[in-house]
Ligand binder design. Structure first.
Ligand code: AMP
Length: 409
């Protein structure tokens, strides 16, 4: 196979993020974003990364739907000599949020696969419909090309039943597919592998706790390259305190809000997903702003930070017990990669667990994976920038390569 380019699409309900990569050297050829699709104020921001000195371009004005969005993206790429009709394009890789239990690997999309992604809409009502729209649109644009789904849940399908099941009536749970699926799996897979590489080891040799701390946040316990527990559950609401999501709460809070506060199920859904977490606690969900307010002596921001850190430390402790032996803890995503005070507070005082930060290493700013623990610490603490698009592109490319290889012709 000579075609070596992969287009990665991450389709949200009103946005499409995309990257075009060349897998010969894993370089990025173009990146961009279409947002506010369906509104009058849609915007496309496109950055070609080839030809040195190429400029970021922006278009504003209504983009009616995903079809129009992808056509606009195709036009931008054509302008850079990277058109989607090029024979160099090997495949389109789609981020698909919920793959349930069936999809444990990247999968070439056909009608049967789409039907299963559709069947999972009740457990991913916000994400899967948008992903399906993105896939259908891309199929219409290049019907001849392999389209590959890379699922956010796939990495977590190795979780043992003891970790994945909720302790509720089994028949009810099974009838409605209620269990812990976990999300951000592409990031947890990529970061746990990169962390093993940073240690100079094969992933099968190391146990890693991955802390993906972005606007959404999740932790995972990875034993020998396989996920054995993760903090998100049936939906991305469970687990850590996030930008706008509460993470773990007593489920009875929801009954209470309905019975006593008279809120509807949709109101409660909105409250816990959109108006809770750091935003609900202090009015800001950006960690930079929260740190700035703390430096000015703001008490609400301080409390929000403390609650965030307390939950994070609970998960570190829990995953320590789940794994038995921990070789490394990896911080990733917007907060994990950039917020040194969060990393410091998350492991402060845990020397007994082998966790000792080196303050100077922790203060370094870099896009590279790096160790921030002191040489005296038994456990390596690391910052490992995530790259979900690269992981999707790599998984997509190796799948299509294996299909077109000898013996599969
Ligand atoms: P993500 O979802 O991975 O894109 O992460 C987004 C979040 O990262 C933002 O909401 C910020 O809170 C956080 N973030 C980004 N840069 C910084 C920074 N320099 N310091 C602290 N937090 C940051």
């Amino acid at each position: 196979m000579t075609a070596s380019r992969v287009l990665v699409l991450n389709s949200g309900s009103s946005s499409v993020k995309y990257q075009l990569l060349d897998m010969r050297d894993s370089s990025r050829l173009a990146v961009g974003l279409v947002e506010r699709i369906g509104e009058a104020t849609s915007r496309l921001v496109h950055s070609p990364l080839t030809g040195g000195g190429a400029q970021r371009r922006e278009r504003s004005g209504p983009i009616a739907d995903h079809d129009a969005a992808l056509k606009a993206v195709a036009e931008e790429l054509t302008q850079d000599g990277l058109g989607l009709d090029s024979p160099e394009l090997a495949a389109i890789g789609h981020r698909v949020v919920h793959g349930g239990l069936r999809f444990t690997e990247p999968t070439v999309i056909d009608e049967d696969v789409l039907a299963e992604v559709e069947r999972l809409v009740p457990v991913a009502p916000l994400h899967n419909p948008a992903n399906i729209t993105g896939i259908r649109t891309a199929q219409a644009l290049r019907p001849d090309l392999p389209q590959v789904a890379v699922f956010d849940t796939a990495f977590h399908t190795t979780m043992p039943e003891a970790a994945a099941r909720y302790a509720i009536d089994v028949e009810t749970a099974d009838a409605h597919r209620i269990r812990r699926y976990g999300f951000h799996g592409t990031s947890h897979a990529y970061v746990s592998r990169r962390t093993a590489a940073l240690l100079g080891k094969d992933p099968s040799e190391v146990n890693v706790i991955v802390l993906h701390l972005g606007n959404g946040a999740s932790a995972s316990a990875v034993a020998g390259g396989r996920c054995v527990d993760t903090s998100m559950g049936l939906t991305p609401l469970e687990g850590l305190v996030m930008g706008t999501r509460s993470g773990d709460i007593d489920p009875a809070v929801t009954f209470h809000l309905k019975r006593v506060a008279g809120m509807s199920v949709d109101d409660i859904d909105q409250l816990l997903n959109k108006r809770s977490g750091l935003l609900g606690l202090c009015g800001d969900n950006d960690m930079r702003e929260i740190r700035r307010r703390i430096d000015e002596g703001d008490e609400r921001a301080r409390l929000a930070f403390d609650i965030y850190i307390h939950r994070l430390r609970k998960y570190i402790g829990a995953y320590y017990a789940v794994l038995g032996r921990v070789d490394a803890i990896a911080f990733t995503a917007g907060v994990g990669e950039n917020a040194a005070p969060v990393r410091e507070a998350a492991v402060a005082g845990l020397e007994e667990l082998g966790l000792v930060l080196d303050p100077e290493r922790n203060a370094v700013r870099s896009d590279e994976p790096r160790i921030i623990s002191a040489n005296s610490g038994r456990v390596v603490v690391a910052v490992v920038p995530t790259d979900e698009e690269m992981e999707i592109a790599q998984q997509t490319f190796s799948l299509v390569k294996s299909l077109s290889g000898p013996g599969n012709a």
